[in-house]
Design a protein around this ligand. Structure first.
Ligand SMILES: [Zn+2]
Length: 264
């Protein structure tokens, strides 16, 4: 039996899985993936995520508007999002954030959508799943401000920084605010070797692993669709970076994911 692990971030609702969604979930289970957090990027995909979560015992949903979608997000959408957040099997608000790399929405619109959704998260008591690309300074500042204005949850857990690739200093600031750091298969890309020292210094009790399926496949499958059953590759990469036993990495990241998303 492969060790139990949790995929903290996947998009199984997306079209690349239309052909074999159920098979992909079954393959994940066989690979030891005991839970998958399926993350929404807009209203439709958030609704689809909820359906997936309510019909598959291993899937849980996050609901939110991706920064790429920020321009079109209005107050009515946010009201609908708040309704979705109350549905069964919804464990987080996300993915939300800032993306200055693709810049598919103006920064002002991205900040507005992020602010509104952080309010939804605070009201609902759910953790957030943060997307941050080339926008670290603004993200840290925004989250600090948010954290200072909102009552922290009893367990102090604010959410997850998805697809983290920042500096150690940034990671520490996130962790101090109550965030967990989620890492994907990109940590095994040849171009990521320089980040291994940073990853090694991030405490194991704050790390999650994710696939971001269908994106960012492991190095051996570059150019192909990623899927949750490939998550063991990332667990193994993390174990080698940390010079730790795979079983320990599996145990710790699983316990962390259960804690952040308050899984049953
Ligand atoms: Zn994502």
């Amino acid at each position: 039996m492969p060790p139990a692990i949790i995929d903290a971030h996947a998009h199984l609702d997306m079209p690349p899985f239309n052909r074999d969604r159920n098979e992909a979930i079954a393959r994940a289970r066989e690979a030891g993936v005991t839970a998958i957090i399926n993350v929404g990027i807009n209203l439709k995909s958030s609704e689809d995520a909820i359906v997936l979560a309510q019909t598959n015992r291993d899937v849980f949903a996050a609901v939110g508007f991706h920064p790429h979608e920020a321009t079109s997000v209005n107050q009515r959408d946010i009201k609908k999002l708040a309704d979705l957040a109350r549905q069964a099997r919804v464990v987080a608000i996300g993915e939300i954030g800032l993306d200055y790399y693709r810049n598919q929405s103006p920064h002002e619109a991205q900040h507005r959508a992020l602010r509104w959704q952080l309010e939804v998260a605070a009201d609902s008591g759910l953790p957030v799943v943060i997307h941050c690309r080339q926008s670290e300074n603004d993200m840290v500042a925004t989250l600090k401000k948010w954290a200072s204005f909102t009552k922290p949850p009893d367990d102090g857990i604010r959410g997850v920084i998805h697809c983290f690739s920042g500096s150690l200093e940034t990671a520490r600031q996130y962790i101090d605010m109550g965030f967990y750091i989620s890492l994907g298969a990109y940590i095994g890309y040849p171009t990521s070797t320089s980040s291994h020292r940073i990853i090694n210094d991030i405490p194991m009790n704050r790390i999650l692993i994710e696939t971001d399926s269908p994106f960012l496949p492991p190095q051996s499958r570059r150019g192909q669709r990623n899927e949750p059953s490939y998550l063991p590759v990332t667990a193994a990469t993390l174990a080698s970076i940390k010079r730790a036993h795979l079983e320990l990495v599996a145990q710790e990241t699983t316990a962390n994911a259960r804690r952040v998303f308050r899984l049953p």
